[in-house]
Design a protein around this ligand. Structure first.
Ligand SMILES: CC(C)(COP(=O)(O)OP(=O)(O)OC[C@H]1O[C@@H](n2cnc3c(N)ncnc32)[C@H](O)[C@@H]1OP(=O)(O)O)[C@@H](O)C(=O)NCCC(=O)NCCS
Length: 291
């Protein structure tokens, strides 16, 4: 049977809509989401610029004059990111989510990008099944962690030097391999209020932390142990950071499950909020291998 014309799924560029309209449709698709993440237009604007989302290549799904769903595409050299996908609950299981995702993958191909990335919250079976169906495969598990400012900061255990934005971004560097999108260097380069800390311990261990300070929250950590034990180095930079900002909440996302620094985070009072599954489609091109 042919679908009546006005029930056919139409995909329109998200750039045809205002940020307020996109925010409203996104929020409608997430009313029953596993982890509540309500958006407002200002946060969406920030999201778009931090993560290089192309509204021209992002899509809104309509049937007749009814809005049905939205999906956004982040694009950086040699890689694309599928994000903010959602379908209005009453319209689910009618092919809109698949049409939106296929539409985004076609947009990436138009940019000659054949390597697509995404993260899906663990136990989100509908989305996980959809992505498997479209050729995405699991790469690993990622942690989203939070530390409450109610905890008193531990005493500092090392010398620390503060780094301004320019110094911090030099340390982050460019060639960091296939990090999850949110933690790629570009996300830090695009973010405001980025700075860092370099710590040196008495036993010679040393390393650094780069972070973003938002109004109420510390976030977007990138860190490295240059010499010594990662747990000791992380404990040292975290003790400095939380002494410096005792009143700020901390939320960090997409930390690899096998990150050797993790015990220091737990010792410092970080707890797991939830987990995501990292998925890829296609193979990472050589240009993205860490150098
Ligand atoms: C995930 C989501 C976008 C799927 O949209 P949808 O329009 O219902 O999906 P479709 O009808 O296009 O289904 C396409 C495929 O997805 C999978 N799928 C969708 N819903 C499913 C469910 N409830 N259980 C299992 N598989 C499901 C199936 O493989 C399906 O193919 P099939 O019909 O041949 O079995 C939708 O459930 C949603 O908006 N969820 C809330 C927001 C969300 O989770 N976004 C993704 C964040 S990563």
């Amino acid at each position: 049977m042919n679908t009546p014309l006005d029930l056919k799924i139409k995909l329109l560029p998200a750039s045809d809509f205002t940020l307020a309209e996109l925010t409203a449709i996104y929020n409608q698709t997430r009313v029953d989401y596993l982890v509540p993440m309500p958006m407002n237009a200002a946060r969406l604007a920030d999201y778009i610029s931090t993560y290089d989302v192309s509204l021209k290549r992002s899509l809104v799904a309509m049937q007749g004059d009814q809005l049905r769903g939205v999906a956004m595409l982040g694009a950086r050299p040699d890689r694309a990111w599928v994000t903010r996908l959602g379908v209005i609950p009453t319209t689910r299981r009618t092919g809109v989510g698949e049409a939106l995702t296929v539409g985004l993958l076609e947009q990436a191909e138009k940019l000659k990008i054949n390597f697509d990335m995404l993260e899906v919250i663990k136990n989100n079976t509908p989305a996980h099944t959809l992505f498997r169906k479209l050729g995405f495969y699991e790469v690993g598990e990622l942690l989203v962690l939070r530390r409450s400012p109610i905890l008193p900061p531990d005493p500092v255990v090392a010398e620390a030097e503060r780094l301004d934005r320019a110094e911090a971004l030099i340390l982050v560097g460019r060639n960091r391999g296939t990090q999850p999108w949110t933690n790629q260097s570009e996300s830090l380069f695009n973010a405001q209020e980025v700075s860092g800390l370099h710590v040196t311990l008495v036993d010679g261990s040393r390393g650094w932390l780069v972070y973003q300070r938002q109004k109420f929250t510390l976030t977007r950590f990138i860190y490295k142990t240059e010499v010594g034990d990662p747990v000791k180095v992380a404990y040292a930079f975290l003790s400095h950071l939380h002494q410096q900002y005792p009143r700020l909440d901390t939320q960090i996302e997409n930390i690899q499950l096998n990150d050797p620094h993790l015990p220091a985070f737990y010792k410092m009072g970080y707890v797991e909020s939830f987990r995501r599954i990292e998925m890829w489609r296609g193979a990472p091109p050589e240009s993205l291998q860490a150098g």
